[in-house]
Structures are given as C-alpha cells and as structure tokens.
Design a protein around this ligand. Sequence first.
Ligand SMILES: [Cu+2]
Length: 268
Amino acid sequence: MKKLLGLTALALMAVLCSGLPALAHFQMIYTPEAALEKGGEIPLKLVFTHPFEAGHTMDMGQPKEFFAVHKGKKTDLLATLKPIEWTSLTNSGKAFETTYNMRGMGDWIFVVNPAPYLEPSEGAYIQQITKVVVNAGGLPTDWDAELGLPAEIVPLDKPYALWTGNVFRGVVKGQGKPVPFAEVEVEYLNHPPVPGKNEFQKEALATAPQDAFVTMTIKADENGVFTFGIPKAGWWGFAALGVGPDDKFEGKENSQDAVIWVKAVDMK
Ligand SMILES: [Cu+2]
C-alpha cells in the first residue's frame, strides 16, 4: 500500500513538475530591464514557475502583499494587480501583472509576499517572499536596504549593476538574523518572456549537461553570506529555502523562502 501511494505521488510529481525533483520553484517578479536610463512606466509580471525549463507554471493565489520601496518610502501596490494567465512550455497558470510608473531617479525595490502554494507532490506549502530591484538613472538609493521581511536576501552587490562574470553576494536572513549555511537554489531564466506577451519564449538560451546545472544548489557561509559567479547575461534567481518563521500553514508544512532576482549584462 505504501509502495502504491509512493508510486502515485511519483506519478503526480511527473505530471506536475516534469518528474524532475531537481527543478526548483521560483516566484518571479519579472520586468525586462533592471537598469533603466531614466524612469517611466515598467511592466511587472508575477509568475510562479520553474525558470530554467520554463516548465509547469503553478497557479498563484491572491498575494498577501505587493509593494514598492523607494527612498525609504513604502507604496502599497496590491490593488493594482490584475490576474492573467501565464503560458509556459507545458501548461498555463494563474499569475498577476501590473505596471508601475517610476518617477525620478534611484532604486525601487518591488516585493511580493505570495499566498502559500500547496505543492501536491510534496503535500506541503511553499511561500516565496520575493524581491527585485530596478534602478533609474544610476543613482543608488535603496538597493542594500533591509526591509525587515520574515525571509529576506539582503544584497551585498547591486542586483541591477552586474557584468557577466561578476559575483553576486547576498546575506540570507530569517526574521532579521543571518542564517548560517542556508541552502540557496540558483536558477537562470533560460526562456525569457516574449516581449509584450504573457508567455515564455520557446528557445532556450542555455543547455544544461544534467540536472545539477538546472537548479544549482549552493550554501551560505557561517555568516549567512553566499557568493555566486554569474556565467551568463540575463536574469538569475536565488531562493533561500525555509528561512522564514512560518513553517506551518493550514496544518501542513510551509517552506517560507526568500527570493531575489538579479540581472547581468555582457560587457561589449
Ligand atoms: Cu512545481
């Protein structure tokens, strides 16, 4: 019986997550550019997916919070979110979009605190509190701010000013305290969204020789600091797993993760 259940669970996983447990879930806040010449209106897409393979996209529930921080001031953007359908290479899932008008110069940190997502293959919830930093005009204002999120990656390098080959460093924090030896999953946005559409492009930018290169798992050091050398231009996601305090939701396990997205550009 146990064996049968195990097999059913495996079959479910095969359907839901392409059968590859190595694929990590990543909450995305996607916008095409991280470093803008000047402000203006930018699109923001909230998608919960597996970014390297652009495979199964999970249905997002109504987020608990969505806001921007600029020059230390928080602006609630939850009411601006519109539900959309996001098309992956294998399915479509419920996602959200909005636009934001960046007035002036500096950094804007966009944060989503999503509803916990029940992952059927694991019988547990996943809640990825996610940040992305967008800059206008090169003036640094907020990028290194710690926002006091229950699970947070505080960047030590500007997430929008990275050449390909630079390192990105961050401090993994849970309730404001560094998390020693935190496990951090790293994935490349290998099928960038088609401009103006709510779908991933079909063509992959990179090919992984095997699963360990799809989701790269690295560890923070004893101070909760991780370092990753960026091998390719584009968006990279970092997810520190289970570092937040809310480890239960509706009687099941909840992995409250901290996610940050950074963008590297080629030097040419
Ligand atoms: Cu999944």
